[in-house]
Design a protein around this ligand. Structure first.
Ligand code: 9MR
Length: 475
């Protein structure tokens, strides 16, 4: 999947004109990343090959403060959604006072790691500041239009798709949700929001997004009716199915449901996937959860017009679920120590990757891997992930023998192979001798912990992709 961004976003142009370096970038310590990963042993590697987004909702504070969180988000996902940082209460806490710093930090992180951003969300009844909830009539309409215009203008070129409206359908009777937007503006507010968004940035994909519309039911029927009306006016590009699911309850007609929206000429997207379990979760429940995740991912993988799947948080402990559903939890792909759950392997598998999470050494098609060299506090390996006639994608793994603050992996190419682009790594990369150092976010490793990086090379037509001997040095 190639990212189709204008060379310079409006937000970045503005920063450059003002002569400032974005503070958020510096604070996050971002590394050079010129290409996305394509290794099939990561979710993003598999999703890239499939041409799909695999996304995660990110928490600004964790992205700011937790290096392993950053590393995992960068390595495993090719798309980000701000879990809270782009909602109206975050972006416009008082009228006309826009606070973009947290959203910008997430965009900066995404750009440094070649990830797309799905914007969430412009018009929602929840997490809207009280000042807007107290408006009515023309003042409310003006506030909605101003918010959409200002936010979309700020993120033009940075955000590839927006949830224009979120959760506008009522839960039980197939009517519109009784929100302050509906009460203040009447049902035309949805069309006005989409018209405003379309005019603000015609290049962005516009979505409506909701929960409990994953199967065919009164709520998804109403969503369909609204989407159909908007599609007829070319005001909408896609529908987001949040998929906050309960264990064992992936709707049997989810595929048919998504298909009917595709048949309207729209994209579909699983936008907030999590699958909650009554706690404590036992092994068979975690396996059932893996099966459920596999099924949802397979449905999207099989639909050409499904743009991707986003999980609503990284680790179980990061999830909103236990706060809202006491006694339920464990809904995500990673444990709190960042180990992968069975659901992770199932998603990787459903995306066409190697669901063991690691290259299978018994598989004859698995390319040779260099033996771990003796190094000073760390070891490293390189392996060929996917060769083609004139190039290849490699994955590198660094494992810390002791707590590290940084690492350097060096090697010399035996022939005319040269790195053309790389991700999650910096240094002198393009010559015959490579000195590859950690990026800002993956240098700190605990003893025994591993991190990955990747790169593409060019090589003579038809030559075997060689695996040079590497040396790892701790710093
Ligand atoms: O995960 C979000 C949580 O941190 C917030 O407290 C909550 C506030 O309403 O919103 C959560 O995200 C919601 C998303 O924005 C819209 N769909 C439902 C999600 C879970 O509540």
């Amino acid at each position: 999947m190639l990212l189709n961004r204008p060379p310079q976003s409006r937000r970045r142009r503005r920063a450059l004109l003002a002569g400032v370096v974005t503070v958020a970038t510096a604070a996050l310590g971002l590394g050079l990343s010129t290409q996305f990963a394509s290794a099939q042993t990561t979710l993003r590697g598999a999703a890239d090959e499939l041409g799909k987004d695999i996304g995660v909702a990110v928490n600004y504070n964790l992205l700011q403060n937790d290096a392993t969180y950053r590393n995992t988000v960068a390595t495993e996902f090719n798309s980000l959604t701000a879990e809270n940082a782009m909602k109206m209460d975050a972006l416009q806490p008082s009228q006309g006072n826009f606070t973009f710093a947290q959203g910008d930090a997430i965009v900066d992180f995404a750009q440094a790691n070649n990830q797309t951003v799905h914007g969430h969300t412009l018009v929602w009844h929840s997490q809207s500041p009280s000042w807007v909830q107290n408006l009515s009539g023309t003042a409310l309409q003006t506030a909605m239009v101003d918010h959409i215009n200002t936010v979309m203008d700020h993120y033009e070129g940075d955000v590839q798709s927006w949830d224009v409206v979120n959760e506008v359908v009522s839960d039980n009777n197939g009517a519109l949700r009784d929100s302050f937007w509906l009460r203040g503006l009447g049902e035309g507010y949805i069309t006005t929001a989409f018209q405003t968004a379309r005019a603000a940035d015609p290049s962005v994909d516009l979505y409506m997004n909701d929960y409990s519309i994953d199967g065919i039911n009164a709520k998804s029927d109403k969503t369909y009716e609204i989407a159909q009306g908007l599609a007829a006016q070319n005001l909408i590009d896609g529908v987001g199915f949040q998929a906050h699911l309960i264990l064992g309850q992936v709707p049997s007609n989810m595929e048919a449901n998504l298909q009917r929206f595709v048949d309207l000429g729209l994209k579909v997207r699983v936008t907030e996937l999590d699958i909650r379990i009554q706690m404590p979760a036992d092994a068979s429940e975690l396996q059932q959860q893996a099966n459920d995740y596999r099924r949802v991912t397979e449905i999207c993988a099989a639909l050409a017009d499904c743009s991707g799947v986003t999980v609503w948080g990284l680790r179980d402990g990061d999830s909103w679920v236990p706060d809202v559903f006491p006694g339920e939890g464990a809904p995500l792909l990673f444990n709190d120590d960042y180990s992968k759950k069975p659901a992770y392997d199932a998603v990787l598998d459903a995306l066409g990757g190697d669901g063991s999470g690691d290259p299978d050494p018994t598989d004859p098609t698995t390319p040779p891997t260099t033996p771990p060299p003796t190094g000073d506090g760390c070891t490293a390996t390189l392996s060929v992930q996917s060769p083609w006639n004139t190039g290849a994608t490699y994955a590198g793994t660094v494992t810390a023998g002791q707590a590290l603050n940084g690492w350097t992996v060096t090697w010399t190419w035996p022939g005319s192979e040269r790195i053309s682009n790389a991700w999650s790594v910096e240094g002198n990369l393009t010559g015959p001798t490579v000195t590859a150092t950690n990026a800002g976010y993956n240098g700190s490793l605990a003893a025994g912990q591993s991190t990955t990086f990747g790169f593409n090379i060019t090589k003579p037509d038809g030559a075997t992709a060689s695996v040079p001997t590497v040396t790892c040095t701790a710093s």
